[in-house]
Design a protein around this ligand. Structure first.
Ligand code: F6P
Length: 532
């Protein structure tokens, strides 16, 4: 028997009816009516503080939202993920990135295999390697220490390492310089290699599948460049791999002694906690890397143990779901007021859009509701001088997540106060708007009533960053449950890859493929003529 579409659940209908009223609420009036509103709608967990009070929520809204989550059996589905059930149905895989950050005493046996033993063995190898590279004990082919590390990967094999190394920049000042190469665009690899000395550069080829076109092409260009300076046996001192595919790694010419493995139960966009985090460990050192894992683990515990009503990832997910389903919001802005979180919106784009940008339910039916919104954003205050105009006076309602650290990692306290003042002011302005004064022309009016959530941490540290990422991972998981979709596959990326290979063959001189539309055929012809 197939389960009903989510829109047929009575708990969904109750939310729909409630939303008819909620759409009429003025946030500023809710604050006037409920003086304790901020305390009522905020909570702390794993070192993070979340204030949901500037959202279109009242107590009964949360009661209805959590009732819907319970009707979707959220707790049971969460427990199934942590337990290692094969919840990634279309790939028949478990989803166990949470095990990578659990304490080493944790026991999880899957098909007779004790997984924590594997996890700890790789962490030990990462620790050893990281210490050797950072101390200068790992030598290049001319006996010099490593000064530059280049991570070659894309998607989850790039965004996690690049985002976290950027976010924890102050912790990486003692480590080697880090570079990230992802795009297949030759301009990228050329610009990166131009800065480097082959004698002191270490390449990490990071690819779960070790077949990804962009990564393999960039890796080959890097290897060719290296071999113009050194010899094949020297590769062992300058190329390591992170992958699940030992054979492909060996075929590329990297000794599997120099391969850091991970497993098919770690999804690409959830892999920063695995050996994919090697660049981060090298940049900030193993002790800090372990703090990063511990921060995520603290959020895991909170997610598993707190009642839904006081559960930060659950509330973040329910709030986003509420707007997407019942307020018609099509996008969600991530606004970190922290320069070092500049890559966080891009990271969340992959996490949320690749996970929940789906239209087929777990039972293979077409969904009856909207699913993931577009995630976008950039750091404050820059966004204020670019697109915030649309948030305040445009015609769309766009929920915002503001993210800030109370204390900076620098001494320019007055600048930090200005940053925070702007962050808090934007949330207030979006919510309150401005009552028109007599004579105010219409173009100077602010309707307000725009929702936002404020996420604060004391400081941006390995621990708080770990907790922040885990918060959004669990938010994404919960929304997948609410929408009844599989958050852990990504079949939608396949079609473009297949067509790109066909077009590449034609650009390389194969006979024109008559199945193309006239526009695509014309584009191929123009490029072929230009590249002759
Ligand atoms: O094409 C999408 C994708 O599979 C992502 O999910 C993944 O993070 C990325 O490509 C890179 O894959 P790999 O690590 O196998 O090179």
């Amino acid at each position: 028997m197939t389960s009903p579409q989510i829109s047929q659940l009575p708990e969904f209908t109750a939310l729909k009816q409630h939303a008819e009223q909620a759409r009429l609420w003025q946030l500023s009036q809710l604050f006037e009516k409920e003086p304790a509103r901020c305390a009522q709608f905020s909570l702390e967990a794993a070192g993070l503080y979340a204030d949901f009070s500037k959202n279109h929520l009242q107590r009964d809204t949360l009661t209805l939202l959590t009732a819907y989550a319970r009707a979707r059996k959220l707790e049971a589905q969460r427990d199934a993920m942590f337990r290692g059930d094969r919840i990634n149905l279309t790939e028949n895989r478990a989803v166990l990135h949470t095990l990578l950050r659990a304490p080493k005493e944790t026991r999880l046996i899957c098909e007779g295999q004790e997984l924590m033993v594997l996890v700890q063995a790789v962490l030990d190898r990462i620790e050893l390697f990281t210490a050797r590279v950072r101390s200068g004990d790992w030598k290049g082919y001319t006996g010099k220490a490593i000064t530059d590390v280049v991570n070659i990967g894309i998607g989850g094999s790039d965004l996690g390492p690049a985002m976290t190394c950027t976010a924890l920049r102050p912790y990486g000042l003692q480590g080697p310089r880090m570079h990230f190469l992802s795009n297949v665009d030759g301009h990228a690899v050329q610009a990166t290699l131009r800065e480097l000395d082959a004698q002191t550069t270490l390449f990490i080829i990071a690819s779960k599948s070790f077949t990804t076109q962009e990564t393999m092409m960039n890796a080959k260009v890097a290897r060719d460049w290296f071999l113009r300076h050194a010899t094949t046996p020297d590769i062992a001192k300058h190329f390591v791999a992170v992958s699940t595919q030992a054979e492909a790694v060996a075929a590329f010419g990297i000794d599997t002694e120099n391969m850091f493995p991970f497993w098919d139960w770690v999804g690409g966009r959830y892999s920063i906690w695995s050996a994919i985090g090697l660049p981060l460990a090298i940049a900030i050192g193993m002790e800090n890397f372990r703090s990063f894992l511990a921060g995520a683990y603290a959020m895991d515990r909170h997610f598993q143990e707190a009642p839904l009503e006081n559960n930060m990832p659950v509330l973040l997910a329910l709030t986003g779901f509420w707007y997407r389903e019942f307020f018609g919001t099509a996008s969600h802005l991530i606004a970190p007021y922290h320069q070092d979180l500049q890559m966080f919106p891009a990271y969340l784009q992959q996490l949320e859009m690749e996970s929940n940008g789906k239209q087929i339910t777990k039972e293979g039916q077409h969904v009856s509701t909207a699913t993931a919104p577009v995630i976008w954003g950039s750091v404050g205050t820059n966004g204020q001088h670019a697109y915030f105009q649309l948030l305040h006076q445009g015609t769309d309602r766009i929920p915002v997540d503001f993210i800030a650290a109370l204390k900076p990692a620098h001494e320019l306290i007055q600048q930090h106060k200005v940053l925070l003042a702007n962050c808090f002011a934007q949330a207030e302005a979006l919510m309150q708007g401005k009552v028109a004064e007599d004579g105010d022309p219409s173009y100077r009016r602010f309707s307000g009533n725009h929702p936002s959530t404020m996420l604060l941490m004391d400081e941006l540290t390995p621990t708080s960053l770990g907790a922040l990422i885990a918060l959004y991972e669990h938010k994404t998981f919960v929304q997948g449950v609410l929408w009844d979709i599989n958050s852990f596959d990504q079949w939608g990326v396949e079609l473009g890859k297949v067509l790109a290979n066909k077009i590449l063959a034609e650009l390389n001189g194969a006979a024109a493929n008559h199945s193309h539309d006239s526009s695509t055929a014309n584009l191929i012809a123009r490029a072929s003529a230009a590249l002759k």
